[in-house]
Design a protein around this ligand. Structure first.
Ligand code: ZN
Length: 140
């Protein structure tokens, strides 16, 4: 898989030094999702309060794309309202469909934009975001 160097560095940084990885004690909701085509597994825990994503943590295992995406996603959604978090998930999904979405304010997420050229890996990148969506929908 060929991604440009800068993007690859950002992805590997999140993979090797994951943000928000680990178990949460006081989660409101926990979502487990698998991506069987690649073998990625994620367990996402969200602390949801008064319409806001207070905290997000995850555990799991899988390829660098799936795990770095989970790290980036949990970092990006903390402090967002449900609507803002769902809108961000929607933008990420458009990015994966090849839309020219810009994540200037979230450069790390933009590093995954190259993945949309590799259809087999799109499910890796969207796994954590799908878990986020399910978690919020379950709580609404
Ligand atoms: Zn994967």
């Amino acid at each position: 898989m060929e991604l440009n160097d800068l993007y690859r560095r950002v992805i590997m940084d999140h993979y090797k030094s994951p943000r928000n990885r680990g178990e949460m004690q006081n989660e409101s909701v926990a979502i487990q999702l698998n991506n069987p085509t690649c073998g990625d597994r994620i367990s996402l825990q969200l602390q949801l309060e008064n319409g806001v994503v207070m905290d997000a943590r995850y555990t799991g295992e899988g390829c660098s794309i799936s795990m770095s995406s989970a790290s980036m996603m949990t970092e990006a959604v903390k402090g967002l309202t449900y609507e803002e978090a769902l809108a961000l998930a929607e933008r990420f999904s458009s990015l994966m469909k090849g839309a020219d979405e810009e994540f200037e304010e979230l450069e790390d997420i933009e590093a995954l934009s190259g993945v949309n050229k590799f259809p087999a890996r799109i499910k890796c990148a969207t796994l954590a975001w799908n878990a986020l969506r399910k978690g919020i929908e379950a709580q609404k």
